[in-house]
Ligand binder design. Structure first.
Ligand code: PSU
Ligand code: MN
Length: 310
């Protein structure tokens, strides 16, 4: 049976999808741009391993030599981990990457687009993009804020996305407001407040909460029964044993933002720059936390996918 879409699914993913087995899509920008070498390999191993242990099939999304792809072959994954010539591809960059035959590591936005196109329902990542803060010392600019395409893509890609919230490099209250406007349901997993990615809690109240994978699966079914096409955003606090204290992260973020402003970093370079600066400023600790929460999110996503398939 030929697939009318331009997507390539690896044989294993196609077989899993056609058999109705649970699949969890995973993004690749966190591997090629978000984390340093060699921690990005750990991240890939731990995320895919966690999905498998939950009883589901992991499928990394990417653009491989211009082909939007779900599920990477081992040699392809190696290329993305080595990241030579691998570009950051958000939703708007998908067609240009196809045109030019580029290797592209897909952000949350591009990964949701690919996953939804393939009919996969569950996705896991570390943190989503959101509304950026004003650069310190900049003139007030009501007319333009750097806002990740992740937010708008969530308004049109029906998937259940498990993450640890968004990093405090972003304006978190503004990000929550945008999600509300866009009609994206946001649900705390075993929490009533928004987690802060590295930190367990930001103090920002969430509108909804769920406590089991089965509840999340049921919520997803209601959402889809209504014909809703938004992502359901599930936010899970990072594992407490590796999470960082808020003051440490706040100090690191302040430095990162000041550096970005001084160096005139702009456009798609902003998020990777800030992520790298925070990693440096917190020493190894943020990296340990980052890997642990990626694994935990992949595991929960696997559990929800299994609940949905059951
Ligand atoms: N947040 C993280 N780690 C990441 C990213 C965000 O904690 O690696 C990546 C994700 O791929 C996300 C992207 O989709 O950055 C957002 O980039 P931008 O703000 O340019 O849309
Ligand atoms: Mn941006």
């Amino acid at each position: 049976m030929s697939d009318p879409s331009p997507l390539r699914l690896t044989a294993a993913i196609r077989a899993a999808r056609d058999a109705g087995r649970p699949i969890v899509a995973l993004e690749s920008s966190v591997l090629a741009q978000g984390l340093p070498i060699p921690a990005n390999r750990d991240a890939a191993d731990r995320m895919t391993g966690a999905v498998e242990r939950a009883g589901a099939v992991p499928a990394v999304t990417a653009v491989v030599h211009g082909v939007p792809t779900l599920g990477l072959e081992p040699a392809e994954l190696e290329r993305f981990l080595a990241r030579e010539g691998v570009r950051k591809v958000s939703a708007r960059d998908l067609a240009p990457a196809m045109l030019r035959g580029h290797d592209g590591a897909t952000t949350v936005a591009a990964s949701l687009a690919i996953g939804a196109m393939a009919g996969v329902e569950v996705f896991a990542t570390g943190g989503i993009g959101g509304v950026h803060r004003e650069a310190p010392g900049s003139a007030p600019t009501s007319w333009v804020r750097d806002e990740s395409a992740d937010l708008l893509e969530m308004a049109r890609s029906p998937m259940l996305c498990v993450c640890a919230g968004a990093k405090s490099i972003l304006d978190l209250p503004a990000t929550l407001e945008r999600l509300e406007t866009l009609g994206v349901p946001i649900v705390g997993y075993r929490t009533d407040t928004l987690p802060g990615f590295f930190t367990v809690d930001t103090g920002l109240r969430l509108p909804h909460r769920a406590d089991t994978p089965q509840e999340l699966a049921a919520l997803w079914r209601h959402h889809r029964a209504l014909g809703r096409r938004e992502t359901v955003l599930v936010v899970q606090p990072p594992p407490a044993d590796t999470a960082l204290p808020r003051e440490l992260v706040d100090g690191a973020v302040a430095h990162a933002l000041a550096d970005a402003a001084r160096q005139g970093v702009a456009g798609p370079g902003v998020t990777p720059f800030l992520l790298a600066a925070v990693e440096r400023a917190t020493g190894g600790r943020s990296l340990v936390a980052n890997l642990a929460l990626l694994e935990a999110n992949a595991r929960l996503a696997g559990e929800v996918a299994v609940a949905l398939a059951g």
